[in-house]
Design a protein. Sequence first.
Length: 300
Amino acid sequence: MHANTRHLEELESEAIYVLREVAAQFEKTALLFSGGKDSIVVSYLARKAFWPAKMPFALMHIDTGHNFEETITYRDEWVKKIDARLIVRYVQDSIDKGRVKEETGYSASRNLLQTVTLLDAIEELKLDACIGGARRDEEKARAKERFFSHRDEFGQWNPKNQRPELWDLFNGKKNMGEHFRVFPLSNWTELDVWQYIKDENIPIPSIYYTHERECLNRDGQLLAKSSFIKLKENERYEKQTVRFRTIGDMTCTGAVLSKASTIDEVIEEVAASRVTERGTRSDDKRSEAAMEDRKKAGYF
């Protein structure tokens, strides 16, 4: 058996074990789904974990309204393919209700606003666990996560108040109003995810591969042309050959220059990169502790 195959089999087995523990320990769970590669892999693993029964988790998308068209098309096709139930909650509804205020200015984004929409959905649906696709190698704040990440009654995360996880024992005990975020891919790397997608022949959105797109170069970030982005006086869109390493709100998700048109070329490119895919996200650059601050407030 090839060493890399054994490695992926171990990661798959670990993730499936975590997903089954979620089903065993919690009463009402949703799988947070963005249409990005990590949430795709988690949903694929969930389907595999409970096959031939239907997976016991609905997929939940917190829709900022600033999506890549390819992502929404893929989302709807994928939900049908895996025979899942989809729940969508909209940031626009939170804005209309006065729950959040739309940002203004050149760097305006709805990425922060979706935290309130998510926490409201958790309360509305009485969820006691939300499964996510975050990995510890993505960003330094992510590296502090456990598989079972405890959140208090306000949906907030305290890195000093997480339960120890000894061997494969996970403590899902909680008080009324509290919930958990669960991350089955915690020990995976970006390269592991891509290799698994290749080995399992999992379809992914087309924007993960090279294509021509009009982009704006703003402080080193290549932002795709969008009606949601306000241009400065000296800014212009230019056609570029790019792909996306991560998928999120169009206003803060940058592309990378790339000619990788196949999954093998993507894997080769990722293996040679010394920058995590979160390096293309402008929302992580707002401060040194941007991700940790958002997580403490209830972010994914």
